[in-house]
Design a protein around this ligand. Structure first.
Ligand code: F6P
Length: 547
């Protein structure tokens, strides 16, 4: 049965009418009129605190948005996901990253298979292996402990483990240095190999499909480099694989005993909780990896049980939907005020844009509203000195998610005070702005002449009224990081349900892959008849002339 289009629903109509009334709202006035706004528009769950009060909405907006979530069947679709229904309808797959972080004993069958038992069997193997590498019991082929780990993967097989290893660097084993090679650009592999010793390096080949062109090329290069420095039988001590494709791993020459499996019901961008998280478990140890899973599970439980009105991922999604649909915001900035989260915006780019960057519904009908905004960002305070100018005074309104830990993992307390001050000041500035009259008063107080005041005032005026969320945690720990990632996963899911998208396929990446194969052959082979448009033919010709 074809679902009702989003714009045909009663709650969407009600929101449209409401949005017209809300058009001229000023957040300054909303705050002034309601001293309890912060209390009412903030929520705590799974070790995270979300303040969404600095958005251009009121209690009625939230009522209408929660009604929309119900009318779109968010709760039912959520339950179907957790139950293992095949909600990925273009690939006919269940979507069960939540099962990867469920405690031992959780019962769930997919196609007659006990998913919980499978998950915990692999976790036990991850524990044994990572304990051995970390303790120094696992030795390289010349009898030395491992010092360097090179993870070779791309997309979800890179962004998650890399982001988490950076975020949890305070918890890392001092002997182990993690390297991540993702790009087919040889500069990436070259830089990694320059810094490692074949006697003490462990390579992880991470690929769900074990067919991804970049990863396969990088894996072959690493293998060739290794066997140029060590006997081939030594591969077993230095190469492990993480995949769903055991046959391809055998064909590559990795012993299945060195393979950590996962399953087709784990999407690449949702896979850091699976064996794809092996670099994380190696770096921080199985205990902290378990805490990371437990933090995500706590958010899962909240998402699964809290009513829409008190459900953090649902609220984050609904506020984001409001900004996208009714404020016309085409992008969202992620501003982690925590240097160790510096890859978090890149991680969210894949999570959100590969999930919801779609233009047809689950039934293949064109959507009737805009969908996923572009996601981008850098850690604060760096972004403030680069692109915040546009956020404050540019013509587009770009909502911001500020993310901060209340306590640092270092002793430089004055730095942390300055960091938090900047974070809170920015959200205040975006909300309040500075009116032209306030600017005039300032300039008068500085003693400027009237003509000069009038010349400068427009440049110094801030429109304000720009939306932001602030997410706080006490410390950035494995558990709070797990909860934070799960929060955004579920936010993405809820928005996908509202737009009626399949958030779990990614056909949009295929065309470029096919064309790249063809052009790669043309670049490597003898001159071929010109087969493309004049631009592509011209670019190929220039590249061939350069070799
Ligand atoms: O091409 C996109 C994609 O399929 C992502 O969804 C995925 O995370 C990435 O490639 C890597 O895929 P794999 O883990 O199969 O190598």
């Amino acid at each position: 049965m074809t679902a009702l289009s989003l714009t045909s629903t009663a709650s969407f109509h009600a929101l449209e009418t409401h949005a017209v009334e809300a058009e001229d709202w000023q957040m300054r006035s909303l705050f002034a009129a309601d001293p309890d706004r912060f209390e009412r528009m903030s929520i705590e769950a799974a070790g995270l605190f979300l303040d969404y009060s600095k958005n251009r909405l009121d209690g009625r907006t939230l009522e209408l948005l929660t009604a929309l979530a119900r009318e779109r069947g968010v709760e039912g679709r959520r339950d179907a996901m957790f139950a293992g229904d095949k909600i990925n309808n273009t690939e006919n797959r269940a979507v069960l990253h939540t099962a990867l972080r469920a405690p031992q004993g959780a019962q769930l069958n997919v196609d007659g298979q006990d998913v919980g038992a499978d998950v915990h069997a692999v976790l036990a193997r991850i524990k044994t292996f990572t304990d051995a590498v970390r303790s120094g019991e696992w030795l390289g082929h010349t009898g030395k402990p491992i010092t360097d780990i090179v993870n070779i993967g791309i997309g979800g097989s890179d962004l998650g483990p890399k982001m988490v290893c950076l975020a949890l660097r305070q918890y890392s084993h001092p002997r182990l240095t993690l390297h991540f090679v993702s790009n087919v650009d040889g500069h990436d592999m070259d830089a990694a190999l320059e810094n490692v010793d074949p006697e003490t390096t462990l390579f992880i080949i991470a690929s769900k499909t074990f067919t991804t062109a970049e990863t396969m090329m990088n894996a072959q290069t690493a293998r060739m480099w290794f066997v140029a420095h060590a006997p081939e039988e030594a591969l077993a001590k230095h190469f492990v694989a993480v995949s769903t494709n055991v046959e391809a791993i055998k064909a590559f020459g990795i012993d299945p005993a060195n393979m950590f499996p996962f399953w087709d019901w784990v999407g690449g961008r949702y896979s850091v909780w699976s064996a794809i998280g092996l670099p994380v478990a190696l770096a921080v140890g199985f205990g902290y990896f378990s805490d990371f899973l437990a933090g995500a599970h706590a958010m899962d439980q909240h998402f699964l049980t809290a009513p829409v009105e008190e459900n953090m991922p649902m609220l984050l999604a609904l506020v984001g939907f409001w900004n996208r649909q009714f404020l016309g915001c085409t992008s969202v900035t992620i501003a982690p005020y925590h240097q160790d989260l510096n890859r978090f915006p890149a991680y969210l780019q894949q999570l959100d844009m590969e999930s919801n960057g779609k233009r047809v519904t689950r039934d293949g009908e064109p959507v009737d509203t805009p969908t996923c905004p572009a996601i981008w960002g850098e850690p604060g305070t760096n972004g403030q000195h680069a692109y915040f100018q546009l956020l404050h005074q540019g013509t587009d309104v770009t909502p911001i998610d500020f993310i901060a830990a209340l306590r640092p993992a270092h002793e430089l307390h004055n730095h942390h005070t300055a960091l938090l001050a900047n974070c809170f000041a920015q959200s205040e500035a975006f909300m309040k702005g500075k009116t032209i009259d306030e600017v005039r008063v300032d300039l008068q107080q500085q003693g400027l002449a009237l003509a000069e005041i009038e010349r400068l005032a427009p440049h110094k005026t801030f429109p304000g009224n720009r939306p932001s969320n602030t997410i706080l945690m006490e410390y950035l720990t494995p558990a709070t990081l797990g909860a934070l990632i799960a929060l955004y996963e579920h936010k993405t899911f809820v928005q996908g349900v509202i737009w009626d998208l399949n958030s779990f396929d990614q056909w949009g990446v295929e065309l470029g892959k096919v064309l790249a194969k063809k052009i790669e052959a043309e670049l490597a082979g003898a001159p071929a008849p010109e087969q493309h448009d004049s631009s592509t033919n011209g670019l190929i010709a220039r590249a061939k002339a350069a070799v």
